[in-house]
Design a protein around this ligand. Structure first.
Ligand code: TYM
Length: 339
């Protein structure tokens, strides 16, 4: 049996979406919604693995939902909802806690990064985070997961959990092995202040990232101040090797313009950053300002946003609940007729 193609992905409702989230993930979500059944989740249960102010979390859930729609997600085509409102995520997450192995989680690099030096003080939820992520995907038997490069290891864990569940219970092919979809040009958008660090919501410097809500002057200023080296742009992609900041800005330009990196190199071969940066900023403003405008409009209509989430949760639950029942039967938590 092959599984019907179904797309699932999630984003945490913590802080503004930035250019990395957009190019690495959300823009792909939008592209996929015409060709696949798509489920996009505001992962509020993942957000609370680190302390969240409750009011900020409530606001963040609405804000991210509005940003999804402003970026082009259509709630009629795609299912948009927040994770906590569909109980199957947490329920399947528990079953998977009993399938996943400690050794697998000990290898997760994101936990090591996020927990920092004082690992003993990290929440259990932060450690267990990738198991819940596997439950998110497999509660829908999703086959494809659009993500940025940083989530690749978590996706591999989801595949391992699916495989072990299928093996342990002798239900070959019950869960699909979900495939990551990682768009190469924008797989890893880096910080504007340090080309060796990814662009991130949690970077203390706002100058390190372009937020989808930044106004045109702020976008221009951030690119102008972006760290670079003193050399002009090379004439080939290989010329970007060992030049992480140049590679990042060129990569952003390629992703925003839809051109291949080699083509961008041809266009800007020999240009100084003083020439390239304003062109890049103009392109970013052109692509992002309609999104910011739409987001401002949607913020004025929280009733609409709440109705999208309620409708999405109902549709998501209708898919996940029967799958969870089957899991409970397979595991022996629930009797099937005649057993
Ligand atoms: P989150 O909220 O950190 O990020 C959302 C998406 O944005 C991508 N991303 C980036 N892509 C390119 N360059 C960057 N600098 C960059 N920063 C972030 C992320 O890879 C992600 O695709 N664990 C996930 C949320 C999650 C999830 C899931 C994803 C929970 N359950 C199930 C897929 C399937 C996370 O924290 O994403």
């Amino acid at each position: 049996m092959t599984h019907a193609q179904r797309v699932f992905s999630g984003v945490q409702p913590t802080g503004n979406l930035h250019l990395g989230n957009y190019l690495g993930a959300v823009r792909e979500f939008v592209r996929m919604q015409d060709d696949y059944e798509c489920i996009y989740c505001v992962v509020d249960l993942h957000a609370i693995t680190v302390w969240q102010d409750p009011q900020a979390l409530r606001d963040g859930i609405r804000e991210l939902t509005a940003a999804f729609i402003a970026c082009g997600l259509d709630p009629k085509k795609s299912i948009i909802f927040n994770q906590s409102q569909v109980p199957a995520h947490a329920q399947l997450g528990w079953v998977f806690n009993c399938v996943a192995r400690l050794g697998w989680l000990n290898r997760m690099t994101q936990f090591k990064d996020k927990a920092g030096k004082d690992r003993e003080k990290a929440s259990i939820g932060l450690y267990d985070y990738p198991v819940l992520q596997a439950a998110d995907i497999l509660a829908y038997k999703a086959t494809h997961v659009p993500i940025g490069e940083d989530q690749k290891q978590h996706l591999e864990l989801s595949r391992d959990i699916a495989q072990k569940f299928n093996n342990d219970f002798g239900v070959e092919n019950f869960f699909p092995l979900p495939e990551p979809l990682i768009r190469q040009e924008a797989a890893r958008v880096m910080s504007l202040r340090d080309g060796s660090k990814k662009m991130s919501k949690s970077d203390p410097s706002d100058m390190s990232r372009i937020n989808l809500t930044d106004d045109p002057e702020t976008i221009a200023k951030k690119f102008k101040k972006a760290k670079t080296d003193p050399e002009p742009l090379p004439d080939s992609v290989e010329g970007l090797d060992a030049r992480p900041e140049a590679r990042n800005l060129v990569g952003i330009y390629a992703a925003l313009s839809g051109k291949a990196t080699a083509e961008v190199m041809k266009e800007f071969s020999g240009a100084q950053f003083g020439q390239f940066k304003p062109v890049l900023a103009d392109l970013a403003v052109e692509k992002l300002s309609p999104i910011a405008g739409e987001l401002r409009r949607l913020r004025e209509d929280p009733g609409y946003i709440d109705s999208v989430l309620a409708d999405g949760a109902e549709r998501a639950d209708a898919i996940a609940e029967p799958i969870l029942r089957e899991v409970y039967e397979i595991v022996g938590l629930l009797r099937t007729r005649g057993q």
